[in-house]
Each structure stands twice: as structure tokens, then as C-alpha cells.
Design a protein around this ligand. Structure first.
Ligand code: B16
Ligand code: MG
Length: 218
């Protein structure tokens, strides 16, 4: 029996993936580094520093010291915080609020497993904090997605077994993390990118609790 849902944030609950893209675009163009939406796909689900490293890889001749990198990552976060300062409940993706309500109504637990250190601020701005029993602090998790650690921590904080959990992700690294944790994986987005997921939907409006539970061998 399914006892909990564990959600990713960016690209699943709200389109902050787009805001990350805009903030990184500013940094890349300031540095004269090519950057586009295809390349941005590689940054989804991975940490701020890992994202920066991936962007700087595209300027192999340049030399960035550790403190240059700290400064770039901090500036990106300032740009990002400016963008998230404008969001409110209208930024919830289609179908998510109904899904959260249905899950709670069915007596099933909910946790957040986001790599974003800004996640608590975003959840509060969206007005959905009351649905979550657990928000995992990514600062506590040394190995990010695609390692399963953040999903395993969510299950243990909820006091359920990973086998009793459904994970929901929009990124390849995230789906891999869910599968390695031993959970049922829902992928939102392209089936090419998310082929390891157990159930793939094109966007969040397709998510229906009963439909999801029916697909899992209970
Ligand atoms: P921050 P998720 C991830 O969130 C994003 O997908 C990823 O693009 C970002 O680099 C990461 O959070 C860190 O975010 O800079 O706010 O700490 O998809 O795991 O919810
Ligand atoms: Mg995501």
C-alpha cells in the first residue's frame, strides 16, 4: 500500500525551472558563455555549484578560482531570489493543488525532496506549506540527485519504507534518484528524457490520485 508521495519542486509543483534558467542565462551572458534551454535541461535537479560547473565547462580556456565561483553562484542566487520574490499561489502548476488535497484526503503522507536551498521560501510563497509533513533540507544531503539519498531521507523522516512511496520528478537525474531509492517513479515531461520512470505524463494536469494508485501493484 502507498503511504507517501515525495515531490520534487522545480518543474513539478511550480515552474521555477524557468526562473533558474533565466537567472543562469544572465550569468552565462555576462561571462560570454553560450547557454540555451537544451543545455539548461542538464542543470535540472542538480545543485547550484554543480550547475555552475556545467556552465563554466563551456569556457574551457578561462580560469575561475574557487572564490570567483562562489561569487558567481551567489550572484546567480541573488538574481533567482529576485525572480521568486514575485511568485504567489497562481504560480502553482495545473492540477497540483487538487492532487495535494486528494493525497491528504486519502490519509497519505507528503514530503518534499528538492535540491533547492530556496525550497522552503517557495513553498511558503505558493501557500502550500500545510500539505507537507516533511521538507528535506538538501544542505544535510551530501550526495545530490541522481543519488537516491534525498528520497531515502524523505521516506525515513516520514517513517515509511521507500517501497511504500511514490516519487514525482521532471528531471532525468531526479527520476534516477527515485528509482535508486526503490520507489515508484512518476516522470513529468518528455518520455525520451524520463524513460526510466514507471509512469510518464506530459504535464502535471494529467496527474490524478486514483489513476496513479491504479497503476501501482498494491
Ligand atoms: P538552489 P529541484 C533543483 O530543484 C533545481 O532543479 C536545480 O536546477 C537547482 O540547481 C537546484 O534545485 C538548486 O537550487 O540554487 O535554489 O539551491 O528540481 O530538486 O526541486
Ligand atoms: Mg525538478
Amino acid at each position: 500500500r502507498i503511504k507517501a508521495f515525495v515531490f520534487d519542486l522545480d518543474g513539478v509543483i511550480t515552474d521555477s525551472a524557468e526562473l533558474h534558467y533565466q537567472a543562469w542565462s544572465r550569468i552565462a551572458s555576462e561571462q560570454g558563455i553560450p547557454f540555451d534551454r537544451d543545455y539548461n535541461e542538464l542543470l535540472k535537479g542538480i545543485s547550484r555549484m554543480e550547475s555552475l560547473e556545467k556552465i563554466l565547462e563551456r569556457k574551457p580556456d578561462a580560469c575561475f578560482t574557487a572564490s570567483d565561483k562562489e561569487a558567481l553562484a551567489a550572484r546567480k542566487n541573488d538574481y533567482y531570489k529576485e525572480l521568486i520574490g514575485t511568485i504567489g499561489p497562481q504560480a502553482l502548476l495545473a492540477g497540483i493543488e487538487t492532487l495535494l488535497k486528494d493525497i491528504v484526503g486519502a490519509g497519505i503522507g507528503i514530503a518534499l525532496a528538492s535540491a533547492s536551498r530556496n525550497a522552503p521560501t517557495i513553498i511558503e510563497r505558493l501557500g502550500i506549506g500545510h500539505f507537507f509533513q516533511v521538507i528535506v533540507d538538501p544542505a544535510d544531503i551530501p550526495h545530490g540527485k541522481p543519488y537516491p539519498d534525498i528520497y531515502l531521507r524523505a521516506a525515513s523522516e516520514l517513517r515509511v519504507s521507500p517501497k511504500e512511496c511514490v516519487g514525482v520528478e521532471d528531471a532525468e537525474a531526479g527520476v534516477q534518484a527515485i528509482k535508486r531509492a526503490g520507489m515508484f517513479a512518476i516522470g513529468i515531461g518528455s518520455s525520451e528524457v524520463l524513460h526510466e520512470a514507471d509512469y510518464i505524463v506530459p504535464d502535471s494536469s494529467f496527474l490524478q490520485l486514483q489513476d496513479i494508485l491504479d497503476r501501482i501493484d498494491n
